[in-house]
Unconditional design. Structure first.
Length: 248
């Protein structure tokens, strides 16, 4: 009978193992295990986050003040850089506007000088003076007097029979050999003049003026106002031999 004890002990162990494995897990136990897992994961994340900020949380007050000052300095430097760049942009825009305005003014001045020099065509209100000379009595000084009266009345551009008249123009001869700047012209002499018609016409018709003087010589002179006179006779641009700009 004694040998039966070991066999009984072995049988008891088997029943215990059978009861423990495979484990019998209820639904409540599974839910509790899942909740514990999630709670542990949250604690791990919090600990990790806390360890990352531990450098600042564990810093001394002096270190925190220094870090804050450095951030303020960096912010100020960025603001200064922004202001500098905005100033440069404004200066560039202003410089561009000034350059464009200067270019426009230069072009306008060039046009004005070209009109006065006779190197560019012009158009505008003015008059047409037509001088007929059936007897050949008109002399060069009579035409020159007409030019001077027109200039005094504000004429800005003048041409006579296709010859542009400018500041250094000259008249010679008369009758069948009338010349302007060496170019021969014949009657009728047609003056195309740009200027204010209300000033130009009266200047020619004043008592003892150009029209009366020509009529005394058996010539004819008619003045016609116009809203648009075209002066398109051109002179070649001259390059001075000695004079040059004094601007640096």
């Amino acid at each position: 009978m004694p040998p039966a004890a070991p066999e009984a002990e072995t049988s008891g162990r088997r029943r215990l193992a059978s009861a423990l494995w495979p484990p019998r897990v209820t639904r409540a136990q599974l839910v509790v295990a899942l909740l514990l897992f999630v709670l542990g994961l949250g604690l791990a994340i919090q600990v990790s986050s806390t360890s990352e900020n531990s450098a600042l949380r564990g810093a001394r007050q002096e270190d925190l003040v220094r870090i804050l000052d450095e951030l303020d300095d960096r912010t100020q430097r960025l603001e200064d850089e922004k202001a500098r760049l905005e100033k440069q942009r404004t200066e560039l825009e202003s410089s561009s506007d000034q350059a464009e305005e200067a270019r426009k003014q230069t072009q306008e001045k060039e046009q004005q000088l070209g009109i006065l020099a006779g190197t560019v065509a012009a158009e505008g209100p003015g008059i047409t003076l037509t001088v007929g000379d059936p007897t050949g009595a008109v002399e060069s000084d009579m035409l020159l007097d007409a030019i001077q009266e027109l200039r005094a009345a504000g004429a800005e551009a003048i041409q006579v029979n296709g010859v542009r008249v400018v500041a250094d123009s000259y008249f010679t001869g008369g009758g069948d050999d009338m010349r302007i700047d060496g170019t021969k012209v014949t009657a009728p002499y047609v003056f195309k003049v740009i200027g204010k018609p209300e000033d130009l016409e009266p200047a020619l018709n004043i008592p003892g003026g150009v029209v009366q003087t020509l009529e005394k010589e058996q010539a004819t002179a008619t003045v016609e106002r116009s809203a648009k006179i075209i002066v398109d006779a051109l002179r070649p641009a001259k390059r001075p031999d000695y004079a040059q700009s004094s601007s640096q």
